[in-house]
Design a protein around this ligand. Structure first.
Ligand SMILES: [Zn+2]
Length: 305
């Protein structure tokens, strides 16, 4: 799909699905009026040419550092994509891409990691729980590890939810959070069970509220200049969805399909499955809390408080 077509699809469907068309358009208009906030000098990005419903304008691949830089996420192995990343590093005066880090193992974040490793000699890291996934990693990292990038260090925050090995990277010097797919420039993240987990996701968002963040650099979409408001909005959005799921159950809707139909009124066929994943993820959270039980493909409310 070409970029323009993908953006047209985006305009029609996913954003309507994600937040409701009206509120999104209002938000986009407000964002367009604001001057673009810039990332600190030692951070640049190159957006991969993989636009789509799930990837928005494409995956943001970040370059962080000065002489020796770290690259966060590599979406595509195409030469043009690697050229784009390397050019950004060179424009920063970098002599070497020292490390490649991955926020998570979905292909739109790691699809080009081995290729960039081969081309640049960078050491490739991956979250401990995903060791061996790509088959060519050089090191692993876990929660609270520190990874140096010459001009400072990145703190690894294991933030499961979107993907069980998902990590955000926090740069305390400039209070920057690289949020991967936990928080996007617009819309919401997809939580797809069983690896995606709504309970974990909400815990991860709550945890991020504890950090002093001045800007969020997401895996997709524009940077986020009001991090705390955004994180709270994300949490609120999920809690509202949970209430909608409970309301549907109270009305006797008890299959994932039925509940989805009631809650997501305007979903395009392309996003129907994604909406169902979200409903399923909410139901699993409610089951874990002992509020819902499952009988075959039906979900029943146990206690209503
Ligand atoms: Zn992604």
């Amino acid at each position: 799909m070409r970029r323009r077509e993908a953006l047209a699809v985006l305009g029609k469907s996913s954003l309507a699905f994600l937040f409701g068309a009206d509120s999104f358009l209002r938000r986009a208009a407000q964002a367009a009026e604001k001057p673009t906030m810039a990332a600190p000098n030692h951070i640049r990005h190159f957006t991969a040419d993989n636009p789509g419903i799930m990837t928005l304008q494409g995956t943001n691949q970040y370059v962080v550092g000065k002489e020796n830089v770290v690259v966060i996420d590599v979406a595509l192995s195409a030469d043009s994509n690697m050229d784009g990343i390397i050019e950004q590093a060179e424009a920063m005066g970098a002599k070497k891409i020292e490390k490649i880090l991955l926020t998570h193992i979905h292909s739109d974040h790691c699809g080009g990691a081995l290729a960039l490793r081969k081309r640049t000699g960078a050491k490739l890291g991956i979250h401990r729980s995903r060791a061996g996934y790509l088959g060519g990693e050089d090191f692993q990292y876990g929660d609270n590890d520190r990874i140096g990038f010459g001009a400072g260090e990145l703190h690894v925050l294991h933030t499961p939810g979107h993907e069980s090995g998902h990590c955000c990277f926090y740069e305390p010097g400039d209070k920057v959070l690289f949020s991967g797919d936990n928080i996007l420039g617009f819309g919401t993240a997809v939580i797809r069970p069983p690896d995606g987990d709504m309970t974990d996701y909400l815990k991860s968002l709550e945890r991020l509220l504890g950090f002093d963040i001045s800007v969020i650099l997401p895996g997709h979409g524009p940077l986020i200049g009001k991090p705390e408001a955004k994180i709270r909005e994300y949490i609120q959005h999920r809690l509202e969805r949970e209430q909608q799921v409970l309301a549907a159950l109270r009305k006797g809707r008890n299959t994932i399909g039925d509940i989805t139909q009631m809650i997501y009124v305007d979903v395009s066929p392309a996003l129907q499955r994604v909406a169902e994943f979200s409903v399923q993820a909410h139901l699993e959270k409610l089951m874990r809390e002992g509020r819902v039980k499952r009988q075959a493909d039906r979900y029943l409310l146990l206690s209503d408080n």
